[in-house]
Structures are given as C-alpha cells and as structure tokens.
Write a protein that binds this ligand. Sequence first.
Ligand SMILES: [Mg+2]
Ligand SMILES: [Zn+2]
Length: 183
Amino acid sequence: MIKAVFSDRDGVINSDRPDYVKNVSELNIYPFFPSAVKDFNGLGFSVFVISNQQGVGKGIYTMEDVRGIEAEIRKAAESAGGVITDFRYCTHLESEKCACRKPRAGMILDLAAEYDIDLTKSFVIGDSVRDVGAAAEAGVRSILVLSGSASAETAEKMDPKPDFVARDIADAVSLVKIAAKDA
Ligand SMILES: [Mg+2]
Ligand SMILES: [Zn+2]
C-alpha cells in the first residue's frame, strides 16, 4: 500500500477567487507549492489533487478549462522535481447531493481503491471545512492551511476540527514529517 497526500486545489496550490478560477489566465500558483510536492514525494508520499469544481456543473467554465489548469499545476510541480500522481474533480452541483463533492469522501475513497492507498498513513490538506469534513469521513488526518479561505479564528470554531493547522502547504510538509513518524 502507498501513503498519500490529498491536496485541495484552490486556496492551497493556487490563490482562490470568489468567482472561481475559471481558466489558465486566472491561475496564480503559489511559489512555494512546487517544492512542497517534491518534499512530500521525498517523504514517501504520492500526491493527489482533489477539487470541487461546481463551476463546471453550473456551466461557468468547462472540463477542458479545468484540464488546462491541471496541466499548468503538473508542470509547476515537475519544474521542482515533484510528481503529482493524479487529479480528481467533483463537477456536480451542491444540490445534486452526490457522494464525491467534499465534505463527502467519494474522491478520496475512489483514489484509495484505485491506487491501494493506506488512508491511516495519509493526509488531506485543504483550506476549508469541506476538506476537513471529507478527511474525517474517510478516516484521514487533516491539515487545514491558512493560505486560502480559513483564518486562525475560523479554524478554532471549525466542525469537524482539523487535526493540524499550518500556515500553508510548505509549512504542512514539516507537520507531515513529524506526524508520519507516529503512524
Ligand atoms: Mg479550497
Ligand atoms: Zn460529485
């Protein structure tokens, strides 16, 4: 079995925006993201991206736009010597109540089955309560990062509570390094 880091996209890998990151021209990848992927790989983790993209379901942008953004993110990681194994998206509307839109665990469970991932040795990194909820449902430890929508104050009141809080995904690397020793 392999160990995984399941990373949210918007607010973790790149800056988010209130009207959705719709295409490559709106993509602003955080400068610290590429080396974090390489560091997770170095610690023995395969990196996956799991992202709610309801904007596709709403017809605001297309899956082709999402794949274009994906290619840029993959390229950025590779430029630092990091590898992202796979990407999963939920493009359903919240009102469809699917099993894959976070805070449901569908994307994590699908990847776990496909790649033989040991969820007890894995981590979810995200910037919202939906990411933390999906991690809790899947039985994966969560790291809430403050590089997106959450602040230290909202983190305090979050339900469910994240297992860890980090400044950003680069900071999460050091947390994983320590936490991975006990599990
Ligand atoms: Mg996010
Ligand atoms: Zn879905």
